[in-house]
Ligand binder design. Sequence first.
Ligand code: GLU
Length: 496
Amino acid sequence: MDFFEEMELRIPKGKVRTRFAPSPTGYMHVGNLRTALYTWLIARRHGGTFILRIEDTDQGRLVEGAVDVIYKTMAECGLTHDEGPDVGGPVGPYVQSQRRDLFGKYAELLVQRGGAYYCFCQKSEEEESGEEDPKQIKKHVCACRDLPLDEALAKKAAGMPYVIRQKIPAEGTTTFHDASFGDITVENKELEDQVLLKTDGLPTYNFANVVDDHLMGITHVVRGSEYLSSAPKYNLLYEAFGWDVPTYVHCSPVMRDAQHKMSKRHGDPSYEDLINEGYLTEAVLNYVALLGWSPKGELAEREFFTLNELAAVFDISGISKSPAVFDINKLRWMNAEYMKKLSPEEFYAKAEPYLKQAVTNPAIDLHAVAALVQSRCEVLSDLAERVDFLDKLPEYDTALYVHKKSKTTLENSLESLQWSLDVLRSLEIWTNERLYEALVALAAEKGVKNAIVLWPLRVAVSGKASTPGGATELCALLGKEESIRRIEAGIALLQK
Ligand code: GLU
């Protein structure tokens, strides 16, 4: 048995096998997260195997610590892998740079099989990488393609630098099938004899992905649609090796708006940015799942799915080929719904660091603040700004006292604050319920609507037009002494 036959025997067969193959960039794009999620879901839906492969052959772009970011994000999202660099598996190594020797061997095998050739033309590294902007490619044509193999091997043995290029058939067409884009046919004469192995012996992505996907037994390849135009070349490689082509699932880009792809460089958030801004991982995953995939039949209208629920219903046919627009307001809404569903303890655990940033006064019960804001907050990072008035009464304009719907004016606000002050000074049990009873009784006694009493009080204790909670809830949080102090300050302001 030769080396190649042994490699074939290692490949697990008979089950769905998918892989997420990130290049370590130091963060997770929303589009990448979606690819990871769909890939994981396909494996889980079919009781298959999910593999993590690190694609680090572009050594120039390596970022320190970037691989850890990948592990951390995957773990946080619950996208657990069954095989990968850290957990091992039957078809390792799972880090591309550790597979270097393999690519050389397979490139030479391909030369033997007539699917590739040694090219001794000296080109710039960028041209050789085969990874420059595809629109810029001028088709490579050279005499090396027709050099007899023994002559090429002699040059190689003499130490001449070379690359290995794919030998694309000069004529005919190549057709490939994609699960969402359908059949796509291209003329072979349009395809470049791309570099597979560079002078330094490292593979290009275009070669490595085919060899790795085959040797890892990948059945479904999910990736961004930027790779769609290269897919015919991949098919020709699979054919030249005599390997089965996997199912391709190319996903359209996630857009910022109708014209622009989301881009971290242009300020669009990555997964980490969203989490740092106070979005919940579960909400982000749910939202991202629906960016380019939709459930069918009875579930067609449904918007809320846990990861496990998705794993039970996810199907490739629901993936759309039209680009999806990332709508931050929709995500905010979804995040708010997820926050409402947390138990008070879970919410508190998440909210505490944000609340502590804004409220430093130890007399204020942060658990009570959390209970008040849980159903009124879309994103955790909004919290500080919503509750900071509890720490310190902001300066405010008396115009806040004038509220049409409550029928309050500067004059009746002053009067009602004076009434409230009298009542509250003598109130002994300082709870929301007792405060409310006392103030409603006060309004009744004075023959005015509740709002005439409650609106000015809320403004006086918060200095804000909108607050997480009504006047009595805020007074209960602030405590008697502080509430009285703020009401007195409000009276003084209105008397000016
Ligand atoms: N390393 C490639 C990327 O991060 C993966 C493409 C693929 O999944 O085949 O874009």
